[in-house]
Design a protein around this ligand. Structure first.
Ligand SMILES: NC(=O)c1ccc[n+]([C@@H]2O[C@H](COP(=O)([O-])OP(=O)(O)OC[C@H]3O[C@@H](n4cnc5c(N)ncnc54)[C@H](O)[C@@H]3O)[C@@H](O)[C@H]2O)c1
Length: 316
């Protein structure tokens, strides 16, 4: 049994990771609850192997407290909104690079030697023209969020060389599943709840991205944590399947019982400034560790939508 720290553990992916890690470990969560919720961790609050610290990765004191006795860090805390990173670049930097570096520096001082980092497979490669995109592809971010994820990966590389802190960066596809409070499916559901006859679709609907279901993401994190070697290793993490925005709209409308809702496209190839229109990441490296996806993507979409209906009600 190890003591592990999950930053952002009250958020979507982090809380699922906690559910899995606590079976075999002591788990500490550091989360400022800016986006996450204690409700996601309610099931562990009475467990003596669990500790919740409400605090920020940007504060040295909070980070030092959270690292006490810890041997591995799953770093999932972040400002996760691409659009906000475009509107407020310095604020995004202070959390996603500054806060991440605060954590890494505290790991150095507290002699914590391993990290699994939630990077991003779509936004670091950005406007690449290499498909499926392998990990050796140059970074070409088109959002500050993507630039920040890439920048912190560089620090992981230097900290591995300089101080022997070894790490894996999970270059994640879009992850879907219960507790997710953002992303296109959540957006579509909320819009249809307001008006079940009409669905505004950002862009022209042809944007095509890699997605995966949450349980497969969690298993990938565990497999990669077990395989941290010397240095910093970036690994693409996806189901290998992709969906266009139009296909997602169709699936959502069907599952929500409004198959005839009118799809109103706002037009243009991007949904918003900083939106990467195509992600297709190569998962050969991840598969080489023995991981394989278990939830077919469209089944994952349905599971997530059923959870949204259970939590927030039907759309009509
Ligand atoms: N969900 C995806 O599709 C996806 C894709 C690629 C990468 N990622 C990355 O995975 C990680 C988790 O994403 P998520 O979808 O679960 O997002 P989320 O917003 O649900 O979780 C992030 C958590 O971090 C916390 N947090 C934010 N700022 C903090 C700070 N300064 N100190 C401490 N905690 C802070 C939030 O309160 C939240 O609980 C993030 O790093 C995100 O960038 C997610």
């Amino acid at each position: 049994m190890e003591r592990v720290l999950v930053t952002g553990g009250a958020g979507f992916i982090g809380s699922h990771l906690v559910d899995r890690l606590i079976r075999d470990n002591e788990v500490v969560v550091l989360d400022d609850l800016s986006a996450g919720s204690e409700e996601n961790l309610q099931q562990h609050m009475d467990n003596e192997r669990f500790r919740f610290i409400k605090g920020s990765i940007t504060r040295e004191k909070d980070v030092n407290m959270a690292l006490d006795g810890v041997t591995i860090v799953f770093h999932f805390a972040a400002q996760p909104d691409v659009r906000l990173s475009v509107e407020r670049p310095k604020w995004d930097f202070e959390i996603n690079v500054g806060g991440s570096l605060e954590l890494l520096e505290a790991m150095r001082k507290n002699d914590v030697k391993r990290m699994v980092f939630a990077s991003s497979g779509g936004t670091v490669y950005g406007e690449t023209d290499v498909f499926p995109t392998p990990e050796v592809t140059a970074f070409r971010p088109i959002s500050n969020y993507g630039a920040a994820k890439g920048a912190f990966e560089m620090y992981l590389n230097s900290y591995a060389e300089l101080y022997g802190i070894d790490s894996v960066s999970m270059r994640l596809a879009n992850v879907i599943g219960p507790r997710s409070a953002h992303g296109v499916m959540h957006d579509f559901y909320m819009k249809l709840k307001r008006n079940p006859k009409h669905l505004e679709v950002l862009g022209d609907g042809t944007q095509e991205k890699a997605y995966m279901y949450i349980s497969d993401t969690v298993e990938a994190a565990l497999v990669l944590a077990e395989n941290i070697g010397r240095g910093h290793l970036p690994v693409n993490v996806s189901s290998g399947e992709r969906l266009t925005v139009t296909r997602i709209a169709e699936l959502v409308c069907k599952e929500l019982g409004v198959p005839n809702a009118h799809l109103a496209y706002t037009g243009g190839k991007r949904g918003w400034t900083g939106d990467v229109v195509r992600t297709d990441i190569d998962i050969t490296k991840l598969a080489s560790f023995g991981w394989q996806p278990r939830v077919p993507l469209e089944e994952g979409v349905r599971l997530y939508l059923r959870w949204l209906i259970k939590k927030f009600g039907p759309v009509k």
